[in-house]
Write a protein that binds this ligand. Structure first.
Ligand code: ADP
Length: 507
């Protein structure tokens, strides 16, 4: 850095300090708005005690100096001067990170907060409790979020450990719902006492379902027959798989509605959740199909036949992402001592609530008590796409007596759509990577691509099993209200939890 640059950036920092002092000294006054023209601002050197802001013209000269990189020019301007340029349309708020460069990402965020704050009705963002400092924005840029103004911290708890397929895992849960972690932990304890959870992965395929229009039903029908034929399938698969070494096309399901053809591409995606990967593959496959059917019009790469982030029977029936079944046997004495209920009460409640109650409500995939609670908390902790909790939480919880005299409890969850990855998306963020590391599934599996993501899905299904067991036991034993009061007692007037509060009837 030249001495000129050092001096200038020192004076920029000095100016920011002075502005902060003005703000502190006069909290009731908002900062003077940057002038809309260059007429009102001083162009003299800053002096101790002065409020100094260079004119728009001066700022523009510095900013647009052709011999310097934009990021170097911005380093010579104070935050308020950058705000002046932005407010006069010389800098776009969305492009701040690009202009500042990788070493000044936090400054870009700070300035965007000020810009947004000052035009908002509350003017609160700039000095709000929303944190923004000491965050690795380089992982966010171009990947996770735009127009960043900070980050939202969520408490992270750990339930368990839980024994899943012979390995003990801490269960990370990011949640603001009191009792959730404690309750899941109690379920883990009961499951461990019976030897832990056994899981089976019955499917692993992410899906994309484009909508394709044809000029006639006859042509749409021909295209459907071609896709369903060995030859058509082979051509589409070759094109699809050319886009990634991890994408392996598993099946193509076709359906017609009038002249529109829907094709559900199902593919394994290694350790990625896979939406990006499968979209690229589908696009390439449709290009190949277009050569055979030049009249076809691809209306949308996602024609909702996928179905992503929306309730749909096709996901429940066919599966999407990882399809996992997890089961355990809980000894009768543990049901009594840890879960404070009986096998008979639990099985009765499970049938009446999770099976019949959900059937009465016309549910699709909602045959559970609160699978979404556990799954979403783990999704948030591990950098998954929380919007996919819609289908990922689909779950059927089953309970029946087992053992010589039916004294023990056989419990299982069937979850056909756990959509998770350990590479890509929010898994690149530092904290989320730390959680994945704690589970031993961070990043790509070194020998068997896909194994890390599959293990994460198995752990999630097992944790859901623990959550189901504990909540149903609490309901059966009428414990729920007491548990909430105990765990939330420090929060006077806290709003009611989303957990149901109806105690199960004793038989
Ligand atoms: P998604 O497809 O879930 O949206 P991304 O496309 O962001 O995720 O991330 C997947 C990227 O990671 C791809 O570029 C892929 O080549 C790369 N990758 C590296 N190792 C693996 C792996 N084991 N499984 C899947 N993808 C991997």
């Amino acid at each position: 850095m030249s001495s000129f640059t050092i001096q200038q950036s020192f004076s920029a920092r000095f100016l920011d300090l002075k502005l902060k002092q003005v703000r502190l000294a006069h909290p009731e006054q908002s900062l003077p708005s940057p002038p809309s023209s260059d007429s009102g601002a001083s162009s003299s050197s800053p002096a101790e005690g002065d409020y100094f802001l260079r004119s728009l013209k001066e700022c523009l000269e510095i900013y647009e100096e052709p011999s310097r990189a934009r990021s170097d020019s911005l380093a010579l301007l104070s935050d308020e001067e950058v705000i002046l340029l932005a407010n006069n349309g010389k800098i776009a708020a969305y492009a701040l990170e690009k202009l500042f460069g990788m070493s000044e990402l936090e400054r870009a965020v700070r300035i965007r907060r000020a810009l947004i704050s000052r035009v908002s009705s509350t003017k609160s963002l700039e000095s709000s409790t929303i944190p923004f400092e000491s965050y690795d924005y380089s992982r966010v840029l171009g990947a996770c979020c735009e127009n960043v103004v900070g980050y939202i911290p969520i408490p992270l708890g750990v339930a368990g450990p839980l024994n899943v397929d012979g390995t003990s895992y801490p269960i990370p849960m990011a949640t603001a719902e009191g009792t959730l972690v404690a309750s899941t932990s109690r379920g883990c304890k009961a499951l461990n006492a019976g030897g832990g959870v056994t899981t089976v992965l019955v499917g692993d395929a992410m899906t994309r379902g484009p909508a394709i229009d044809f000029p006639s039903v006859a042509l749409a029908g021909q295209a459907k027959a071609w896709i369903d034929s060995e030859q058509g399938h082979a051509i589409l698969r070759e094109a699809f798989e050319s886009t990634s070494r991890f994408a392996k096309l598993k099946s193509l399901k076709t359906a017609m509605a009038g002249r529109t053809l829907y094709v559900r591409f199902a593919t394994s995606t290694g350790d990625a959740m896979g939406m990006n990967m499968i979209s690229k593959g589908t696009e390439k496959a449709l290009d190949a199909m277009q050569k055979r059917f030049p009249e076809m019009v691809v209306l949308a790469l996602s024609g909702n036949y996928c179905t992503d982030k929306k309730p749909a029977a096709i996901n429940w029936i066919e599966g999407r992402g990882k399809s996992v079944v997890a089961e355990a046997v809980v000894p009768g004495d543990i049901v009594k001592s840890v879960l404070k209920t009986t096998v008979k009460d639990l099985c009765n409640l499970n049938i009446k609530k999770n099976l019949i109650g959900s059937a009465m409500a016309g549910s699709i995939g909602g045959f559970n008590a609160h699978a979404s609670n556990i799954l979403t908390a783990i999704f948030l902790a591990t950098g998954q796409d929380p919007a996919q909790n819609v289908e990922s939480s689909m779950c059927m919880t089953l309970m029946e007596p087992t053992g010589m005299d039916g004294e023990d409890l056989l419990v299982s969850v069937t979850m056909p759509c756990i959509e998770v990855g350990t590479v890509g998306g929010g898994t690149v963020l530092a904290a989320q990577q730390g959680v994945l590391e704690m589970l031993g599934v961070r990043g790509a599996h070194p020998q068997q691509p896909g194994k890390n993501a599959q293990t994460l899905a198995r752990v999630i299904a097992s944790a859901v099993l623990a959550g189901e067991l504990s909540l149903l036991s609490a309901l059966a034993a009428g414990h729920l209200i007491k548990a909430h009061m105990a765990h939330n007692r420090s929060q006077a007037n806290s709003p009611a939890s989303s957990l149901p509060v109806t105690p199960g009837a004793r038989l």
